[in-house]
Design a binder for this molecule. Sequence first.
Ligand code: 5GP
Length: 119
Amino acid sequence: MSYDDQNIFAKILRGEIPNKTVYEDDHVLAFEDINPHAPVHVLVIPKGPYTDIGDFSANASDLEITAYYRAFPKILDKLDLTGDGYRVIANCGINGGQEVPHFHSHILGGTKIGCMVSK
Ligand code: 5GP
C-alpha cells in the first residue's frame, strides 16, 4: 500500500484538522481519538509517512522508531495509566480493520477493556 498524503492523520499533522494533543515531539504526535471506545482513548502516530506497523518497522529510521516507542512511557504517564493498566492496539489493513492508512497505535484505558477480539 502506498502512502496517501490526504489521509486524516496526515491532515492533522499538517495542521489542517484540529486535534486534542496529549503529547508531541519532533517525531511523534499523540492525540485523543474523536470517537473514544474507552474513558481514555489516545492515538499515537509517527510524524513520518508510514502506512502501518510493517511499513514503519521496515522503513522508518532507527531514530524515528526509537522516538516512537520511547514516547510511550511519557504518554502513559501523562494519561495516568501505568497503575491500572491499558491496552495498545495497531489495526493493519483490511483484515485488521484499519480505517486511517497512517500507522497508529490506539491506547485504551480507564476501565477494564474486555475481550481482546469479539467472538
Ligand atoms: P483505525 O480503525 O484505523 O485503527 O483507527 C482510526 C481511528 O481514528 C478511529 O478510532 C477513529 O475514531 C479515529 N479518527 C478518525 N478520524 C479522526 C479525526 O479526525 N480526529 C481524531 N482525533 N480521530 C479520528
